[in-house]
Design a protein around this ligand. Structure first.
Ligand SMILES: Nc1nc2c([nH]c(=O)n2[C@@H]2O[C@H](COP(=O)(O)OP(=O)(O)OP(=O)(O)O)[C@@H](O)[C@H]2O)c(=O)[nH]1
Length: 131
């Protein structure tokens, strides 16, 4: 069954927050947007708020609007990745699942090894929020 995965676009001035997956995981050492799988009965917004609390220790405001929806098939199966804007104000994220967090300059987003499903989202971020 297709996994529904939420992903947060957290902007701070001209940077966006990304996390690096641990090397021993599926898609090890790829960078991704914070987020994760929707649980039974959970709304997209509630899912992303929960994941941001778990992964970054922040209480985020998540937009109801979908920034971009990407269907992607990995060897391990199909995902539908749903990116939404999220605002964490001046809270400092502290990573609990990624081995690194980075505030990537939007202009440099393409130089990170992003999870393949994230590439169209990164392109849209660059178009919309880049210089
Ligand atoms: N959180 C997040 N997951 C992403 C992104 N792009 C992308 O392909 N994914 C994939 O979507 C799935 C999200 O699952 P998860 O974060 O809840 O849990 P997980 O890594 O343990 O996944 P798994 O249980 O399938 O191994 C993973 O397979 C992950 O590789 C992204 O930008 N953010």
């Amino acid at each position: 069954m297709k996994k529904i995965v939420t992903a947060a676009i957290i902007l701070n001035e001209s940077r966006v927050l990304i996390g690096r997956r641990k090397p021993n995981q599926a898609l090890g050492a790829y960078w991704e947007f914070p987020g994760g799988k929707v649980e039974n009965g959970e709304s997209l917004v509630d899912c992303l708020k929960r994941e941001l609390q778990e992964e970054l220790g922040v209480n985020a405001k998540v937009s109801e609007d979908i920034f971009m929806l990407v269907d992607h098939t990995y060897d391990g199966g199909e995902i539908q990745l749903i990116a939404m804007l999220a605002d964490i104000g001046d809270q400092q994220p502290v990573g609990t699942v990624h081995d690194f967090l980075a505030w990537a300059p939007i202009e440099e987003l393409s130089s990170y090894k992003l999870a393949p499903a994230d590439l169209p989202i990164a392109q849209k971020i660059i178009q919309k929020f880049g210089q």
